[in-house]
Design a protein around this ligand. Structure first.
Ligand SMILES: Cc1cc2nc3c(=O)[nH]c(=O)nc-3n(C[C@H](O)[C@H](O)[C@H](O)COP(=O)(O)OP(=O)(O)OC[C@H]3O[C@@H](n4cnc5c(N)ncnc54)[C@H](O)[C@@H]3O)c2cc1C
Length: 478
């Protein structure tokens, strides 16, 4: 174990002649990076401040464009920006946070690149660890489903879709072929709707390269436990999105909750009590059946889980007061009982004083909280008044595929092509690096003229010839 004295990140920890105050930001997502930027602009030149950020990846991931990585519209690396290039005056440490001890004021990190375990002392801390998929205690779903939170998730899902197309091409049984090409997205929030829209775009584009795969063979189904899609959005815009997506062949099943998934079959409970729940196209007999207890069974090998998030598990070990896994914060985003410790973004529980309800987990909010926490930290250091966190939403937007989107900006509702153009302009402007902005813009332009790339990258270790020989001996010829 390495302690926080000596060189590198550990210097000036609790060593002799310690005069510098150390601020440690854990988590380099929207909230953490915005907090670091604000602190840099307020305290960056102060020799008495040591600004440190710890994140498990060395980049900031632009999640709103993850679905476009799945569809191959944007190249994988173009939606990430190295944190070192955004926060130049912050010392960055790539590592996985294992524990936060607010009594001892230490953070334990498991470092990448063989750095081993490291304990870092802090004077002030900002917890911005974000969230992970919430499987609501269904281990079979957790181990068999695909998720949409990380860059790895997007790359894996893209590979899976192409893999299914390749397998379907060689499948002679039409029923089995359709099972391979039945993609089920669970959750009709932002992430689910945008993923389903992009997935359909990819499938419509890619199937033309596969002789035995017809347009009607591919299917995207959205399962949603609630009665409505895109909760929080204007109802007319949500209705527009549903109608437009249905026209493109996406099937909605509302009030349908997943009970189990074994990698082949999805067991779904109809919460509407037996009535037609989604209004989608008729089910085909051979694809679905009824389970023993009346639950419906959908045959699919690919379930994409976007049905909810929960703060990362590490928070539970952090000795901070939590509710539903989120760190409780006061009006100033400070953790009660631990002055100088702030929590922001998806992992913080901030109750909106206007609605009395917790604020939703969005990037816009995470950034705003990161900024306020930085200002309040500066106020603490400079003995100034802290400010309460107040948030005014600038609007909401979601792309629904095929050059169409819905947007609610400054009280104005828009849908279709113009909303899609606004989505693109707004989100392009939000990418942190000029270089990445240009790369994304070029990707979008290339997409106007060429069809999607269907190369499936096998990034795992290549199997040896011996492995192939064993396979040759047992497999059928095709
Ligand atoms: C597909 C998708 C689309 C979305 N679209 C939108 C949208 O259009 N608009 C919108 O407002 N919001 C959108 N969101 C939601 C938005 O991404 C989140 O609300 C936002 O990322 C929250 O920011 P955060 O900083 O709290 O957490 P994150 O951005 O998740 O950052 C947390 C960071 O902490 C790191 N971390 C976690 N655990 C550890 C650990 N133990 N050690 C070290 N590092 C750790 C993570 O790697 C990550 O870098 C979308 C989300 C998804 C998944």
């Amino acid at each position: 174990m390495v302690s926080d004295s000596g060189g590198g990140i550990g210097d000036n920890g609790r060593g002799a002649a310690k005069t510098r105050k150390r601020i440690v930001i854990v988590g380099g997502g929207f909230a953490g990076v915005e907090c670091a930027r604000q602190l840099e602009s307020e305290l960056g030149d102060d020799p008495g401040i040591d600004l440190v950020m710890i994140n498990e990846d060395n980049f900031l991931l632009f999640t709103p464009m993850l679905p476009q990585v799945v569809s191959g519209m944007i190249e994988t690396r173009h939606i990430v920006t190295p944190i070192r290039t955004i926060c130049k005056r912050t010392r960055f440490f790539e590592g996985r946070v294992k524990g936060i001890d607010p009594y001892a004021k230490t953070i334990t990190v498991w470092g990448g690149g063989g750095a081993g375990r490291l304990t870092i002392h802090y004077d002030f801390a900002v917890v911005a660890l974000g969230s992970e998929a919430n499987f609501f205690g269904m281990p079979d779903v957790e181990s068999n489903a695909f998720t949409m939170k990380t860059l790895n998730d997007a790359a894996e899902l893209r590979n899976r879709v192409i893999d299914m197309l390749e397998r379907a091409e060689n499948e002679t049984d039409p029923v089995l072929r359709r099972h391979l090409l039945n993609f089920v997205v669970v959750g009709a929030g932002f992430a689910g709707i945008e993923t389903a829209g992009e997935l359909m775009d990819l499938l419509h584009d890619a199937h033309r390269h596969y002789r035995s795969v017809g347009k009607d063979d591919v299917k995207v189904v959205i399962l949603e436990a609630l009665q409505e899609i895109l909760p929080g959005f204007d109802k007319n815009l949500a209705a527009f999105a549903k109608k437009r997506m249905e026209e493109r062949g996406i099937e909605f099943r509302l009030q349908s909750a997943v009970k189990a998934f074994d990698g082949e079959e999805i067991t779904v409970r109809n919460l509407a009590g037996g009535s037609d729940s989604g209004g989608g196209p008729e089910e085909e007999e051979e694809e679905n059946g009824d389970g023993d207890d009346g639950d419906e069974v959908i045959m699919s090998k690919t379930l994409i889980w976007t049905a909810g998030v929960t703060p990362v598990n590490m928070i539970k070990r952090a000795m901070l007061k939590t509710q539903n896994g989120k760190v409780i914060v006061d009006d100033y985003l400070e953790v009660p009982g631990f002055p100088g410790v702030f929590a922001v973004g998806d992992c913080a529980l901030f109750v909106d004083p206007n609605t009395g309800r917790p604020v939703p987990p969005t990037a816009q909010l995470a950034e705003a909280q990161g900024k306020t926490a930085a200002k309040n930290l500066t106020a603490l250091i400079k003995n100034r008044e802290k400010e309460k966190f107040e948030f005014k939403s600038r609007g909401q937007m979601a792309v629904i595929g095929k050059r169409s989107a819905i947007a609610s900006v400054f009280g104005m509702n828009m849908s279709g092509f113009w909303a899609w153009l606004i989505w693109r302009s707004v989100y392009l402007s939000k990418i942190s690096s000029g270089e990445k902005k240009i790369r994304v813009l070029l990707d979008w332009m290339i997409d106007l003229f060429f069809s999607r790339d269907i190369s499936r990258l096998k990034l795992a270790r290549r199997e040896t010839e011996k492995d192939y020989r064993v396979l040759d001996e047992v497999d059928d010829m095709w």
